[in-house]
Design a protein around this ligand. Structure first.
Ligand code: ATP
Ligand code: MG
Length: 567
């Protein structure tokens, strides 16, 4: 490709509203342009990277025998009403009406569409295990589209779906997909941790996220040194190392604790450590169930974990009005003693093995001292509902947990039979008995992955070093002087030869070398070949984006070097 004919509108500086470095680079380099909030045009440079990422995905899906297909973007509301997600999916769904007033939507994901096709076209256990995929634009009316391609309202996703007759088949399909995903990310040059994750609204419990550590990530992951444990902070488990020495139970004692609206203030006021206080927080599940949640004073409740224990459609912390009305106390004074109003009391594991603790007395500004589990209050269910803290031992190798911000680039789920039951996708097993198909779903945010690649491969000079399999061009040929005949002859010869094997961008523009080199930093080709003064001697300069300086090589050596670098 001749750069004089290429369209790569570079900018000296990124617009001030771009905060993520990857977003800035893609704007400066002319990879993308925003059309409206969270909606982008992929200019030729950006589109080349996107197509290369898609190619890798296509090859790896082919390797595990998963065929590609294409679903429509425009979907009828009825499909989603059948699965029960039309209302549940919420405001992220782009809804529209056609001229006949029929409700429709733009697909944010395609579980329903695939399940429907299977319901109508798959009849027997003999047709499974089966998996299908597509690479397609999704639409989600995100509340805060931001960071360029990281969180768009229109974005490209790989979505694969698996259909199985048995749990074992699903497990195998899941492992196949996981293996393919790991290869895809490796080839695309994205470092990822497969992590234990929350499965959100997808209706399945077993899920793994692929998290790419990056400076701008919207997620936090907890990992250990050995690489034997990695979890989304939402689900991270840590070992609690605190132990209280056993004590005799003392007499329960009510004390006034004015203005103690935090554990910190209470701890100072009563002169007890936070570990001797049990925090009580009231949650309202499904609008009317009162759930009192207890945790030791030095720990925080993790609402995602709590959500899994409570299993409600919606869960919220009670506000001051609720508290006063239900418990008789405002914030700070709620507690588990005589809490007859509670439908259920759930406690974190940290509440076990404590003696003579402080708990709220269900009266504003009053607490009980010397409260003891079982003697003074009861707990219906113990569970791990606390937020892990950095430095606490991990549950596998007991090493200190390390927290890193990261980007969720992929997410795979064992869905089970949620969709197939709701949508009537049954098959006949080998005894002729009808059973619901068992599903899995597997997604990669392809355009989001591009941001993750850039985040992980930026260099200090403000340029990028693309991993070779996704680089828009693998070789950037730069001719220093366009009116030098020797240079032109050599450049055109190299362009012709190298293009047979590599993606070559030939900078044939009548621009100053400084301009060409600046642009080359933004193209980030794995190999830059500069044709300059020594062209007549058959000598060129070769440089990788990560090299400090370029190296002079004779044209005869090029083939060997390129074979080594690019394969
Ligand atoms: P998030 O928690 O980031 O909103 P999600 O759980 O909604 O993600 P999924 O429904 O699992 O995402 O979608 C599969 C993949 O699509 C995600 O792992 C992510 O890489 C990508 N993705 C999701 N939402 C967006 C978006 N708004 N813009 C770009 N990519 C996205
Ligand atoms: Mg989302």
């Amino acid at each position: 490709m001749r750069q004089s004919k290429f369209f790569m509108p570079t900018l000296k500086e990124a617009p001030s509203d771009a905060v993520a470095e990857s977003h800035k680079l893609m704007l400066r380099g002319g990879y993308i342009r925003q059309v409206t909030a969270g909606v982008y045009a992929y200019l030729p440079l950006g589109y080349r990277v996107l197509r290369k990422a898609e190619n890798i995905i296509e090859e790896e899906m082919e390797n595990i025998n998963v065929p590609e297909m294409m679903m429509p973007h425009l979907l009828p509301a009825t499909l989603w009403q059948e699965s029960g997600r039309y209302e549940k999916y919420g405001e992220e769904m782009f809804k529209l009406k056609d001229r006949h007033g029929r409700e429709s939507l733009l697909g944010p994901t395609h579980e329903e569409t695939f399940t429907e096709i299977i319901a109508k076209n798959l009849k027997s256990y003999k047709q499974m295990p089966l998996a299908l995929y597509q690479i397609q634009t999704k639409f989600r009316d995100e509340n805060r589209p931001r960071f360029g391609l990281l969180r768009g309202r229109e974005f490209v996703m790989l979505d694969a779906y698996s259909f199985a007759a048995t749990r074992e088949q699903l497990d195998e399909q899941f492992e196949d997909q996981k293996g393919a995903f790991i290869k895809i990310f490796k080839r695309a040059g994205v470092k990822v941790h497969p992590v234990i994750a929350d499965s959100g609204t997808m209706g399945g419990k077993n899920s793994t996220e692929f998290q790419a550590p990056a400076a701008i990530g919207e997620d936090t992951i907890a990992t250990n040194e050995n690489g034997t444990y990695a979890a989304n902070l939402e689900m991270a488990v840590s070992i609690d190392t605190f132990k209280q020495e056993p004590e005799d139970a003392k007499e329960l004692n009510k004390v006034a604790t004015p203005d103690c609206d935090s554990i910190d203030k209470l701890s100072k006021f009563l002169n007890v450590p936070a570990t001797r206080i049990v925090k009580s927080i009231l949650f309202i599940a499904d609008d009317d169930k009162k759930i009192l949640v207890l945790i030791r004073g030095d720990k925080q409740i993790n609402e995602v974990k709590l959500g899994h224990v409570i299993d409600a459609d919606n869960l919220r912390e009670a506000n001051v009005t609720d508290l006063k009305e239900i418990t008789g106390s405002e914030k700070g004074g709620v507690g588990p003693i005589n809490a007859d109003w509670a439908d259920k009391i759930i406690a974190d594991e940290t509440v076990k093995g404590l003696y003579n603790v402080v708990v709220g007395a269900n009266e504003t500004d009053y607490q009980f001292e010397n409260a003891n589990l079982d003697r003074d209050f009861k707990v219906d269910e113990f569970a791990d509902i606390r937020t892990a803290n950095e430095g606490e031992p991990d549950p596998v190798d007991h090493q200190p947990l390390k927290f890193t911000t990261s980007i969720e680039v992929g997410h795979i789920f064992k869905l089970g039979t949620y969709y197939t039951t709701n949508m009537g996708a049954d098959f006949l097993d080998n005894n002729g008995k009808a059973k619901p198909v068992i599903m899995g779903s597997y997604g990669i945010g392809v355009t989001r992955m591009l941001s993750a690649i850039v985040e992980q491969h930026l260099n200090e000079k403000g340029g990028i070093a693309w991993p070779k399999e996704v680089a828009p061009f693998t070789i950037h040929l730069i001719q220093m002087k366009m009116n030098d005949e020797d240079q032109t002859t050599l450049a055109e010869k190299l362009e012709k030869e190298l293009s047979a094997k590599y993606d070559v961008l030939y900078d044939d523009r009548k621009e100053r070398p400084g301009v060409k080199f600046n642009d080359a930093d933004l193209v980030g080709a794995p190999i830059r070949i500069t044709i300059g003064r020594k062209a007549n001697e058959g000598i060129v300069e070769v440089k990788r984006p990560t090299d400090e300086k370029s190296t002079e090589v004779s044209v005869d050596q090029l083939e060997e070097i390129l074979n080594k670098e690019l394969g």
